[in-house]
Ligand binder design. Structure first.
Ligand code: SAJ
Length: 420
């Protein structure tokens, strides 16, 4: 098949490469000339395990080209960003999706398949995209096939998960579902689950909302533990020994481009009926403030005001700092007047020597669960002003310093400050 992908980012590029290495001819379109240029020079522009090798294969078989404009094709896959709008409920900003649909309309022919892979608010395919295609003169399900097929991959493992994860195929009509299913069947080995477009949209959003709400519960428990002077981490560990309980882990907040964004799309679409989702978002976005307030109490008796922040990415073992609570906390501490040194072996500008980073520091504040942080060597803590670690991700195992975490920090700072 001839396939055109609009948007060559974290999802669009791996998806294009996947189809290109499974016998299809792929034209990848991106609005950013630097991206197109890099790809045409033979390099991928994102960090993703195994993707460069697959990309080399695609180039060698001449099955992929990057351009800035779409052309005629059998199928079009739209994988452009969908940020939050700056409105009361942070609804889904569809401007890139709408622009992408408009860009393919002049090239659409009878029999073509249009797939929306971008994460979108519930009902978007039927209420926004379908009318655009109908206005261009097409009958959906007869001469154009339209479906929402959300990706469900974990950054860092995309190349594997795109092939092996189950995939939801949400067609606007049953005919749309079968045409889309036939295309994905050429690459996906996981189950292809048939659904309507709206069901597919809401399922994708609720997968991430489920996780966000559960993390909020864990974060709330951490605050309750501090208030009641009970070790919440020990409580979670024991509660999870119950065969049907899976409490998540508290932390400095929820980051990334999925969990911190998708729940708003659901809440904005049905604000009256989503109080739980909205409260969960509030709890998770309150965590950076909670950590800073706790640090303030810890630092009240410190010998100096130097803090070393360990980890800036939104989660461990990746280089992605989008929506990262760690970065937010580091910024808040700097604004409060602390002398903050940032240390992160995965982030270019913070890969300084660990001993230099900790020299004369009064606190190591661990904000990301990178594997490197499991073991904090004595050489790092020896020259601190006071050897104290606050580990908000419970990752540190070996150390020669006083170690506090979200379960036991009440032993040093007492009860939660009144204003929290
Ligand atoms: N976090 C906690 N406590 C926990 C688990 C996670 O505080 O118990 C935090 C992490 O530190 C991080 C954030 O949550 O800041 C999100 O991390 P994550 O690993 O849960 O999720 P993402 O955003 O990297 O990827 C998610 C995945 N969704 C689910 O697991 C339901 C992935 O499968 C999706 O494809 C992706 O969102 C997406 O694109 O939607």
């Amino acid at each position: 098949m001839k396939i055109t992908t609009i948007g060559l980012g974290y999802i669009g590029l791996p998806t294009s490469v996947l189809f290109a290495t499974h016998g299809h001819q792929v034209r990848g379109v991106d609005a950013n000339p630097a991206v197109v240029e890099t790809l045409n020079k033979g390099y991928i522009h994102i960090e993703e395990e195994g993707l460069q090798t697959l990309y080399n294969d695609a180039l060698q078989s001449n099955s992929f080209e990057a351009t800035m404009t779409p052309g005629s094709s059998d199928a079009f896959i739209i994988a452009v960003p969908t940020p939050n709008n700056n409105d009361a409920h942070k609804s889904c900003d569809l401007s890139y999706v709408v622009a992408a649909v408009n860009s393919i309309i002049p090239h659409l022919q009878k029999g073509n398949l249009v797939i929306i892979e971008s994460t979108i608010g519930p009902r978007t395919t039927e209420d926004t995209v379908q009318p655009m295609l109908e206005a261009a003169g097409f009958t959906i399900g007869e001469d154009i096939f339209l479906a929402h097929c959300p990706e469900r991959v974990l950054p860092g493992n995309i190349a594997h998960e795109l092939i092996h994860n189950p995939r939801i195929i949400g067609g606007v009509t049953p005919a749309c579902t079968s045409v889309a299913k036939a295309m994905y069947a050429t690459v996906v080995q996981g189950e292809l689950i048939e659904a309507t477009a709206s069901e597919a949209e809401l399922s994708k959003l609720m997968e991430n909302t489920y996780r966000d709400v559960n993390i909020a519960l864990a974060n709330e428990l951490a605050k309750i533990g501090l208030d009641l002077e009970i070790n919440a981490l020990k409580v979670i560990e024991m509660a999870n020994r119950h065969p049907r309980v899976n409490l998540h882990s508290p932390g400095p907040g929820v980051g990334g481009h999925c969990l911190a964004i998708d729940p708003y799309f659901v809440a904005a679409a049905s604000p009256q009926f989503s109080p739980l989702i909205q409260t969960a978002r509030q709890i998770n976005t309150s965590m950076p403030r909670f950590i800073v307030d706790s640090v303030n109490k810890l630092m009240a008796s410190a010998p100096n005001n130097k803090i070393t922040v360990f980890g800036l990415t939104y989660k461990g073992n990746i280089d992605d700092t989008r929506e990262s609570p760690a970065k937010e906390i580091s910024m808040m501490l700097q604004q409060s007047g602390y002398q903050v040194t940032e240390y992160d072996p995965h982030v270019d500008y913070a890969t300084i020597d660990i001993e230099v980073a900790c020299q004369d520091s009064s606190l190591i504040l661990v904000l990301t669960d990178h594997t490197e942080f499991k073991n904090i060597a004595a050489q790092a803590t020896n020259n601190m002003k006071q050897p104290l670690i606050l580990d908000t991700k419970s990752i540190v195992q070996q150390h020669e310093a006083t170690l506090l975490n979200l379960g036991n920090m009440h032993t040093q700072i007492g009860k939660i400050p009144q204003e929290m």
